[in-house]
Structure formats: structure tokens, C-alpha cells
Ligand binder design. Structure first.
Ligand code: HEM
Length: 457
């Protein structure tokens, strides 16, 4: 039997950030509350000329442009009839008990502390504004602000410092706080996927309304299915990075490395930083460049973990190995593919000038997927409790070494083991909390047709 290839989506109907990673160095992510349908429609109408689709812009790269995410509460402000027709986690929000079972935001990350005290369920819309220059960005941010004021739409400021807005820190370019090269590997978004294929990096796992995904993107039918078609969910998560705790951790634990394998304190600190992520700070994967960073592998994406059965190259709990286990055997006894995410995030806040670590900084995380529960939350549960593969001891559910919320034992074990050749593994009894969640919102990036219909044009 031959499978009929699926007709590909029309990129002109898909918001740009879904199908392509932007390289605009400046961005600002603005949060809004609607007062009612007419104002919300006027707001979207005013922004429509700037909304970037996924259509190829050739040599004519837009100097400024934006994309729009709507939360469930934002959608039902427009369309009350769609209430109850979306997946539960999207309707109830990332602070709900169901989502928190995976996201595990406790202590300083507790949802009651999110968004600078602003009501979580009052976020209706996130406008993601991009510019090639600071001036281009500022002018479009001003336009968005004016459109909000003119339509009775209120902006709120999620940060306590600076402008209060979530602005990208442009000088870091392709790097993020803690000093790592980021944004290297993303799903290939292959098309046309064979409807029988289960390649988790194919586009039908991200765009809603196409068959064949293993993760059930939806809604697929009825009025909500029509609304969501060619859209994609955006798990928008603001993660403060505690650079002081991170630097202190490297300083304090490097002597253990020196004692185990030799080298200088500085080399040991770099080695530890690489073991936390599975890549050296320049991006070289430990699997391909186990002994030192190598400029030739700094953007490498073709490698797997199944040959590293003793984790002598890359620890099992290293962030990259947990967030994308690649060919690591997972879910023994089933063939559910590894969920993938489109990462479209960027750093915010200036780096510290040690010994002064004051200041707000971290990651503006845009994690795109077709199914928030099946992809984003599934991966997050693996991050917080490493229980997805036989490679982890059944009695020792460790945690993502870099970003897990340190849920205390016995629910999970915050220790970190780094196997070394010909020796006893280096064991770090308790990893610090390097990351604090400042806020999370679940948005939908609707299609261009849906945005036009909301605007009444
Ligand atoms: C502040 C928090 C975070 C930091 C500092 C961080 C850092 C990194 C770094 C340095 C890499 C390796 C570079 C690359 O492959 O592009 C990476 C990869 C990755 N991260 Fe994160 N990350 C953070 C949060 C998250 C979260 C919350 C998720 C998922 C929900 C996530 C998912 C991934 C994935 C899927 C990869 C790619 C792994 C691969 O394909 O090999 N990260 N991250």
C-alpha cells in the first residue's frame, strides 16, 4: 500500500517564528490583557501589517516585524463559543495542578510568585517584536504600545528592573548566560511527512491540523480545529539564571575534578561546565569532542548517545542528553518517539561583573510544539525526574544537571555523577538550584488567516 503524501502547509498562512529561527539581534516580548472583544480586535487589526509570516523573505529581510501568541483566556475573549474546546493543559494554564506535576515549580519558582505579582490568568496576548537595530525595535514597540492604548488593551511589566519589559540582551548574540553557545539543534521540520512516519522532528508534530503525529496536536475538529489549524503552541517561560550560584558551583567542585583527572582549576571548571550540559561552552558535543572544545564541532548536530553506555563521554543527566536523548533507548517496551521542541528563545539582562552579581538576567524561553502535554510537559517531567530510560538506575531518579527544579528526595535525587575512565566516578551530592521560574504562559501562535479573522478584516 502506498501512502499519499500530505499536502504541505502554505507558509504564507503560518506565523514566521514557527517555521524559521529568526536572527534579528533585538527583540522585546510584551504582555497584554484585553478589556473586551472590540478593543482586542482593534489591537490585532493595528498590528496585522507587521505580523511576519513564514513566507521566504529572500534578500529583503524585514527590519522590524512581530508575531502574536494568544492564551486560552485571550482566545475566549474573542470567541466565547470556543470555551472548553482546547486541550486541558492549555485551558487550565501552566500553573494548574496537572501541568505542575511535570513542571515542578516549587520554592522561589512557585507560580504564586510569577509575573512580578501580576495575575497569571490575566495574560491574554504576548506580542513578540523583532528588530534588526535597536531603533527599529524601539519604533515598533512604540507602535504596539500606542495600538494598545488606543484600544483599551493594558500592558503589564513582568520584570522589577530596567524597563520592566522582557527585552533581549543583544550583545550575547548566539550565547546565553552561564557562557554557553545556544540554539544549535532544532527539529528539521521535514515535509512532506509520510502520514505513517513517526519522525518527531517532522513539521506535523508542531503545526496543528495535520495527521500522523505521535503527540496528538490539537484541537483538530470543529470550530476550535478550524481556529487552531496551521497554528502552534508556545510555552513561554521566563527563567532567571543564578550566575553567582553557577560560578560558585564550578569553583567549589573543580578541585574534585583536579584530584580525579588532573589539570588546572580553570580547566576543571570548563570540564564541569561541559559535563552539566553535554556540550562545551563553545558548543562542541562531548560525544564528538570528549577531551576539549573543538571549533570544528561547535555547531555539530549529528551524533547519538547509544555508544556511550557508561556515560564516560557525556553524563546521563547532562542537560542536552536529557532534553533530547536522541538514540538513547527510552520508555522500555514501547516505541513512543522522543518529543522534540522548537527553541526560539534568547537571553535577557546584562551579564554580571563579578564579584557583583546583582541584577536580573536569564532566558526568555519560547518552546514551540503542537502538543503542550505530549511534548513540552513530557520533556519537562524528564528534566525534573530522570526516569525515562533504563540507563538511569531504577532506585536513583536523578535530575537534569543544569535546569531541573531541585525537587527533594525521595521524589528525586539532586546528586550528579560523572563517570571517569579508570577511576571512581566523581559524585556531587547535591546540585544547587541554578534556575528560578519567573513566569510561564501557554500561548497559541494562530495562523495568519485566524489573525485576520480576529481583526475583522
Ligand atoms: C535557563 C535555562 C536553560 C539553559 C541555560 C539552557 C541551556 C542549553 C544549552 C547550553 C544547550 C546546548 C546548546 C544547543 O543544543 O543548542 C541546550 C540545549 C537544549 N535545551 Fe536547554 N537550556 C535551558 C532551558 C531549557 C528548557 C526549559 C528546555 C525544555 C523545556 C530546554 C530544552 C533544550 C533542548 C531540547 C536542547 C537541545 C538538545 C539537543 O538537541 O541536543 N532547555 N540548552
Amino acid at each position: 500500500m502506498t501512502n499519499t503524501p500530505m499536502p504541505p502547509p502554505d507558509p504564507r498562512n503560518v506565523q514566521g517564528m514557527i517555521l524559521r529561527g529568526y536572527t534579528h539581534p533585538y527583540s522585546c516580548h510584551m504582555l497584554f490583557t484585553f478589556a473586551g472583544k472590540p478593543g482586542a480586535a482593534g489591537f490585532i487589526r493595528a498590528l496585522l501589517p507587521y505580523v511576519q509570516s513564514a513566507q521566504d523573505w529572500g534578500d529583503d529581510k524585514p527590519a522590524r516585524m512581530l508575531n502574536i501568541s494568544l492564551t486560552y483566556n485571550g482566545i475566549v475573549t474573542f470567541e466565547p463559543a470556543l470555551a472548553g474546546q482546547f486541550p486541558t493543559e492549555f485551558q487550565q494554564g501552566p500553573w494548574s495542578q496537572g501541568s505542575q506535576a511535570s513542571l515542578g515549580d516549587t520554592g522561589p519558582s512557585d507560580p504564586s510568585l510569577w509575573w512580578n505579582g501580576y495575575a497569571k490568568d490575566a495574560i491574554h496576548c504576548i506580542v513578540h517584536v523583532y528588530g534588526m537595530t535597536a531603533d527599529a525595535l524601539d519604533s515598533l514597540v512604540a507602535t504596539v504600545s500606542q495600538a494598545a492604548q488606543a484600544n483599551g488593551v493594558s500592558e503589564f511589566l513582568p520584570l522589577k528592573s530596567g524597563s520592566g519589559r522582557l527585552e533581549e540582551y543583544a550583545p550575547l548574540r548566539d550565547f546565553i548566560h552561564f557562557g554557553y553557545h545556544d540554539g544549535i539543534d532544532n527539529p528539521a521540520l521535514g515535509w512532506p511527512p509520510d502520514p505513517a512516519s513517526t519522525d518527531p522532528s517532522d513539521a506535523n508534530n508542531f503545526l496543528i491540523g495535520y495527521p500522523g503525529s505521535a503527540f496528538s496536536p490539537g484541537p483538530e475538529t470543529g470550530a476550535a480545529g478550524k481556529f487552531a489549524k496551521d497554528g502552534c503552541y508556545n510555552a513561554f517561560r521566563i527563567l532567571y539564571q543564578d550566575v553567582k550560584a553557577f560560578d560558585q558551583f564550578l569553583t567549589d567542585n573543580a578541585p574534585k575534578v583536579v584530584a580525579a583527572i588532573g589539570g588546572s582549576q580553570d580547566q576543571a571548571m570548563e570540564w564541569l561546565a561541559a559535563k552539566l550540559v553535554g556540550r562545551w561552552r563553545n558548543g562542541s558535543p562531548l560525544i564528538l569532542s570528549p577531551d576539549a572544545p573543538d571549533p570544528k564541532t561547535s555547531d555539530a548536530t549529528k551524533f547519538g548517545y547509544s555508544g556511550d553506555t557508561a556515560a564516560l563521554k557525556c553524563p546521563f543527566a547532562a542537560h542536552s542528553r536529557v532534553a533530547n536523548p536522541r538514540d538513547e533507548p527510552t520508555f522500555p517496551g514501547t516505541d513512543t518517539p522522543v518529543p522534540r521542541l522548537l527553541r526560539r528563545g534568547m537571553p535577557y539582562g546584562a551579564p554580571p561583573a563579578p564579584p557583583d552579581y546583582d541584577g536580573e538576567r536569564g532566558l526568555i524561553g519560547l518552546f514551540l510544539c503542537g502538543a503542550l502535554a505530549g511534548q513540552f510537559e513530557q520533556l519537562y517531567s524528564w528534566i525534573n525526574v530522570n526516569n525515562f530510560s533504563d540507563v538511569f538506575s531504577p532506585n536513583l531518579d536523578t535530575q537534569d544537571a543544569l535546569i531541573a527544579n531541585r525537587i527533594p528526595p525521595p521524589a528525586s535525587d539532586p546528586s550528579f555523577t560523572i563517570p571517569v575512565p579508570n577511576g571512581n566516578p566523581i559524585k556531587i551530592p547535591s546540585l544547587p538550584q541554578f534556575i528560578v521560574t519567573r513566569g510561564t504562559a501557554y500561548g497559541l501562535l494562530p495562523s495568519m488567516a485566524t489573525l485576520r479573522s480576529l481583526a475583522g478584516t
